[in-house]
Ligand binder design. Structure first.
Ligand code: NAD
Ligand code: UDP
Length: 319
C-alpha cells in the first residue's frame, strides 16, 4: 500500500485530498495544527485503518515514522483575512514548512507536490495567466506575506529538484470552492452565501468589476491527482477559466439563494487583483485535464452544503 503524507489535512482542500487518496487505496497520514482547519472535515476518516492524524505545526521539524511514497504540502492559511490575521505564520509555513517537507521528502525518497497559487502572478498584467508569466507582486503590501511565501516555496522546491534531483511537482491553484469551506473565512463565495443565509446585504468590494474564475473542488482534486502521478516538474495552472466579475457573481448568488437582500459596496482591499483567469493549455496537454463541473452545478452543491449546516455555524465567530 502506497503511503502519502498530506499537510493541511483538516482544511478545505486537504480534507478532500484525504478522501480521494483513501478512495484510491493509499495509506494517508494527515497532518495539521488546526490554525485555520477543523477536525470535523476529516472525523469521518478516524475509524479507518489506513488513515492517521498527526497534530503538528509543519513549520517545526517534521518526524514521520515509516516509509513515505508521496507528500502533498497543502498547509497554509489561504484566505486573505486569515493571512492578514496571521502573517508571520503564513510566511513561516510557506518557507520553513516547505523546507521541512522537502527535507522529509529527501530523507524518505518520496515525491512531493506543493500547493502554490495564482497569487504568484499578483495583480497580473498578462491575461489570461500562463505559467511563463513571472507576475506582478507587491512584496511589502498586505498580500505580500502570502504571495512571497508561495513564490519562495516554488523557488525552494525547484532548487531541490535541480540540485538534489528530488521528484517535485508544483501546482498553481486558482480560486477553488466547494463544501467544507469555512462560512466565515472571508473568501467571496462563503461570504456572499453566509450573508444571504443570515438575511444580510451582500458586500461587494470596490465597484465589483474585478474578476475571478472559480473552480469546483472535485475538478481541482482530479488535477492534483493527475499532476502528482505525472512526470512534469514545472509549475502547472489548475483552475476553471470561466471568468466572472464579482458584481455579476453577487447577482448569481442572489438568484441561487432567492434572498431579497441587495448588494452594498465597500472599499476595495489594497492590492486586490483586478483580473484573474488561468490559461490551462499545459494542464490540457500534459495531464489531459480540464474542468467538468460548471459554476451553476458547483454552486448548487456548495449552497446545499452551507444551507444544511447547524444554525450556530452561521453566527460562529472566527478564530
Ligand atoms: P484552509 O485554510 O482550509 O486549509 C489550510 C490548512 O492548513 C488548515 O487546516 C490549517 O490548519 C493548516 N495549517 C496552516 N498552517 C499550518 C502549519 N504551520 N502546520 C500545520 N498545518 C497548518 O485552506 P485551503 O483553501 O484548503 O488551502 C489549502 C492550500 O491550498 C494552501 O496551501 C493554499 O495556499 C492553497 N491554495 C488554495 C486555494 C483555494 O482557492 N482554496 C487557491 C490557491 C492555493
Ligand atoms: N470580495 C468581495 N466581497 C467579499 C469578499 C471578497 O467583493 O465579501 C472580493 C475581493 O475583494 C476579491 C474577490 O472578491 O476581489 C475574491 O476575493 P477572495 O477573498 O475570495 O479571494 P482572492 O482575492 O484571494 O482571489
Amino acid at each position: 500500500m502506497k503511503r502519502i503524507l498530506i499537510t493541511g489535512a483538516a482544511g478545505f482542500l486537504g480534507s478532500h485530498l484525504c478522501d480521494r487518496f483513501i478512495k484510491e487505496g493509499y495509506h494517508v497520514i494527515g497532518m495539521d495544527n488546526l490554525i485555520t482547519g477543523d477536525l470535523k472535515n476529516i472525523e469521518h476518516l478516524f475509524a479507518l485503518e489506513n488513515f492517521e492524524f498527526c497534530h503538528h505545526d509543519v513549520s517545526k521539524f517534521i518526524h514521520v515514522p515509516g516509509e513515505l511514497d508521496y507528500i502533498l504540502h497543502f498547509a497554509s492559511p489561504a484566505s486573505p483575512i486569515d493571512y492578514l490575521k496571521i502573517p508571520i505564520q503564513t510566511l513561516k509555513v510557506g518557507s520553513l514548512g516547505t523546507h521541512n517537507c522537502l527535507g522529509l521528502a529527501m530523507a524518505k525518497g518520496a515525491r512531493i507536490l506543493v500547493a502554490s497559487t495564482s497569487e504568484v502572478y499578483g495583480d497580473p498584467e498578462v491575461h489570461p495567466q500562463t505559467e511563463e508569466y513571472w507576475g506582478h507582486v507587491n512584496p511589502v503590501g498586505p498580500r505580500g506575506v502570502y504571495d512571497e511565501a508561495k513564490r519562495f516555496q516554488e523557488a525552494m522546491t525547484m532548487a531541490y529538484h535541480t540540485y538534489h534531483g528530488l521528484e517535485t511537482r508544483i501546482i498553481r491553484i486558482f480560486n477553488t470552492y466547494g463544501p467544507r469551506m469555512r462560512l466565515n473565512d472571508g473568501r467571496v463565495l462563503p461570504a456572499f452565501i453566509g450573508q444571504a443565509l443570515r438575511g444580510e446585504d451582500l458586500t461587494v468590494f470596490g465597484d465589483g468589476s474585478q474578476t475571478r474564475s472559480f473552480c469546483y473542488v472535485d475538478d481541482l482534486v482530479e488535477g492534483i491527482y493527475r499532476l502528482l502521478l505525472s512526470d512534469y516538474a514545472q509549475p502547472v495552472n489548475i483552475g476553471n477559466p470561466d471568468e466572472i466579475t464579482i458584481g455579476d457573481f453577487a447577482e448569481e448568488i442572489i438568484k441561487l439563494t432567492g434572498t431579497t437582500q441587495k448588494v452594498i459596496y465597500q472599499d476595495l482591499p489594497k492590492d486586490d487583483p483586478t483580473q484573474r483567469q488561468p490559461n490551462i493549455t499545459k494542464a490540457r496537454e500534459i495531464l489531459g485535464w480540464e474542468p467538468k463541473v460548471n459554476r451553476a452545478e458547483g454552486l448548487k452543491i456548495t449552497y446545499d452544503y452551507f444551507k444544511n449546516l447547524p444554525e450556530d455555524e452561521l453566527y460562529k465567530k472566527e478564530h
